[in-house]
Design a protein around this ligand. Structure first.
Ligand SMILES: Cc1cc2nc3c(=O)[nH]c(=O)nc-3n(C[C@H](O)[C@H](O)[C@H](O)COP(=O)(O)O)c2cc1C
Ligand code: SF4
Length: 482
């Protein structure tokens, strides 16, 4: 374990440097939604605990570091790819993973040339699960083609999007799947060293990965041609952004880097670097084992394969589910999640809080990158947070901008200052004070500026969220704004 901290100018960036992960309460979106439903959800003692953004226990929200429950984990597709072994917790050890065909993808990859592995990922049409849906094959090809002897592979295990606990359970219960995927990608792009950038909020995933890394080294899977190390994040949402993450590994102040150059050309320590999300990587062993065409045969439209969806505590069946792309949201919400346990849903957000809200009239939209984008939503990371009729939308707006202001990396002024100003205006509205015409115009102007000038998706995503709120819940908010 190598904490990415050096001195005060770097340490001061983080919220959890030198902090023990105990006695903290979660204030992510799922916990906000749960408290709107049940304001007595926090005992007075718990409310005194310092807050933290998203512990990945959204199925048990309102949650804390001490919340013991585990979620339901089920595959709702035939031949699961991501949750195989996760659902029944049956592949944690190397022996169990191997007995179910684990590492046969790596054997297959090593038996052929790197180019063939990259080709298989291209054929699969796998897209990044970290939020942007970027084609994985295109990224792998770019790093493969990049000149240079030294290259790196990095797993983004920062999973900061509220509502998401997918990567968490992949790592806790099938750590060897991530190691196998990274070893395959290292062979494909020519990397000798890799990093898993793991958030501090996931101590059980750390423990599980450590055991698996030891097992893999003892078995000669790691340690000869390729090795991996874990870097623990110190509490910063924006460190999930890939260039901020790379700065964090390099022990620099983790502000977002301007692009180009992209990490595929100049990434970690200036070398070509493949950064992929954990769930993206978790599909790779299956793709290499059964072929990219078999993967591409599943799913629909431009969204191929399967997707894990994690559902928040307001659902009757909060849990982690694997579905094929193309399934309507309504099926996930009503059949798999069992609908809400409180009232009719008012809204859901997937991949929040930097995404648009989805209104119940849009629930027949199929799960797909372009399809959700067309209704102003996002596949995002796949964490689905439900809001019921008890949710006050002005409060939700203020809550998201508090998060936005706290987590802004500060690199660009509109996000650093604009998110703070918007937070105070939205807080005023949430407190029942109507914003006058000048303040309402200021809100509009600041949101436009965030969309147009933000260096990364943090600033622009906040504005997307607010704009979707105004577009879909404008009537409820009309008393707050001129
Ligand atoms: C503010 C911000 C936070 C992000 N957080 C995460 C994260 O926690 N996990 C993640 O995998 N990607 C996150 N991303 C996306 C990464 O920058 C990057 O696109 C991703 O790791 C690439 O992997 P993929 O192509 O497999 O999705 C974030 C992006 C932004 C703008
Ligand atoms: S948009 Fe915000 S988080 Fe992103 S680079 Fe600018 S200041 Fe940093």
């Amino acid at each position: 374990m190598k904490p990415p901290t050096t001195g005060p100018e770097v340490d001061s960036f983080y919220h959890l440097a030198d902090v023990e992960m105990t006695h903290r309460r979660c204030r992510g979106l799922a916990c906000f939604a749960a408290q709107a439903q049940d304001r007595a959800g926090w005992s007075a003692a718990l409310a005194q605990w310092p807050p933290v953004y998203c512990l990945g226990k959204c199925y048990a929200a309102p949650a804390s570091t001490e919340t013991p429950q585990e979620p339901i984990v089920e595959a709702h597709c035939s031949d699961p790819i991501i949750l195989d072994g996760v659902a029944d917790n049956s592949m944690r050890s190397l022996a169990d993973y191997r007995s179910r065909g684990g590492y046969s993808g790596l054997d297959r990859a090593l038996a052929g040339p790197p180019d063939a592995v990259v080709r298989e990922v291209e054929v699969s049409q796998l897209r990044g699960r970290g939020g942007a849906g970027f084609p994985a094959g295109k990224k792998w090809r770019a790093v493969y083609d990049a000149p240079g002897e030294t290259k790196y592979v990095v797993a983004n295990a920062d999973e900061g999007d509220h509502g998401s606990y997918i990567d968490r359970f992949i790592m806790e219960r099938t750590p060897h799947r991530l190691i196998e995927a990274m070893a395959i990608s290292a062979h494909a792009i020519g990397a000798l060293h890799g990093y898993i950038y793991l958030r501090k909020e996931y101590p059980a995933a750390y423990d599980s990965l450590l055991v698996a890394l030891d097992e893999a080294r003892a078995a000669g899977i790691l340690g000869t041609h390729f090795d991996l190390e874990i870097v623990i994040g110190q509490g910063s949402y924006v460190c999930g952004e890939e260039t901020s993450l790379l700065n964090s590994i390099e022990h620099r102040r983790p502000e977002v880097r301007a692009r180009p150059p992209f990490p595929t050309a100049e990434g970690l320590f200036g070398k070509p670097t493949l950064v992929n999300n954990v769930e993206t990587l978790a599909s790779v062993p299956w793709i290499i084992r059964y072929g990219g065409a078999a993967y591409a045969a599943r799913g629909f439209s431009k969204s191929r394969g399967t997707k894990a969806i994690s559902m928040s505590s307001l659902f009757n069946r909060p849990g982690l589910y694997e579905v094929e792309f193309g399934v309507p949201l309504r099926t996930i919400i009503e059949d798999i999640g069992g609908g809400l346990r409180t009232t009719a849903p008012k809204a859901i957000i997937i991949g929040g809080p930097l995404a648009g809200l989805i209104h119940p009239r849009e629930f027949d939209t199929p799960l797909g990158f372009e399809e959700l984008q067309a209704v102003g939503g996002s596949v995002g990371h796949g964490g689905m947070v439900a809001f019921d009729q008890n949710t006050n939308m002005a409060e939700l707006l203020a809550h998201v901008f508090t998060f936005g202001a706290i987590e802004s990396c500060g690199k660009c002024t509109p996000c650093r200052l604009g998110s703070r100003r918007l937070e105070s205006l939205f807080r005023k509205a949430a407190n029942g004070e109507r914003l006058d015409a000048a303040e309402t115009a200021e809100v509009r102007a600041l949101l436009d500026t965030l969309i147009q000038t933000s260096l990364c998706g943090h600033g622009s995503g906040l504005a997307v969220f607010a704009n979707s709120m105004f577009a879909k819940y404008g009537e409820e908010l009309s008393s707050c704004f001129a």
